[in-house]
Write a protein that binds this ligand. Structure first.
Ligand code: ATP
Ligand code: MG
Length: 140
């Protein structure tokens, strides 16, 4: 498996509780390299574009509201098999089902306020990275 990139977000519940460094420590301990990172306030339009795949779901409005409720840290992570590896490090969407040692088990508050996002496939990773980073902002 070649070196791969995935897109990560530390969500508003994480930045609010000052957990950026704690989350990054788990990411780096797992062997994922943070090759791009910036703290932004997502606009409603950015959130709706980012989560367009969930537009028909009942929680879509609440999700976009939450993602724009405070700063987020957007990141590009690099490793062998980075997409699957980061999903393992994040843990299950609902922290009640997340395995011990995962970011969501350690930090998430609920299925909505679940501290991190990670891409689910190479195609979505490429789209998500391009939504937030120019090529010259990613330094591997
Ligand atoms: P993410 O896409 O954020 O990495 P995921 O792939 O584990 O997480 P998805 O099914 O893609 O989960 O859902 C996207 C996000 O929508 C979740 O991370 C969570 O914040 C929110 N979400 C999902 N299900 C619910 C729900 N039942 N109620 C409220 N929010 C939800
Ligand atoms: Mg998802």
């Amino acid at each position: 498996m070649a070196i791969q990139r995935t897109f990560s977000i530390i969500k508003p519940d994480g930045t609010k509780r000052n957990l950026t460094g704690a989350v990054n420590a788990v990411i780096e301990a797992a062997g994922l390299r943070i090759v791009a990172q910036k703290r932004i306030l997502m606009t409603r339009a950015q959130a709706e574009t980012f989560y367009a795949v969930h537009a028909a779901r009942p929680f879509f409005g609440e999700l976009c509201e939450f993602m724009t409720s405070g700063p987020v840290v957007v990141q590009v992570l690099e490793a062998e098999n980075a997409i699957a590896k980061y999903r393992e490090v994040m843990g299950a969407t609902n922290p009640a089902n997340a395995a011990d040692g995962t970011i969501r088990k350690l930090f998430a508050l609920s299925v909505g306020e679940n501290t991190v996002h990670g891409s689910d496939a190479p195609e979505t990773a490429a789209i998500e990275i391009a939504q937030f980073f120019a090529g010259n902002e990613i330094v591997g």
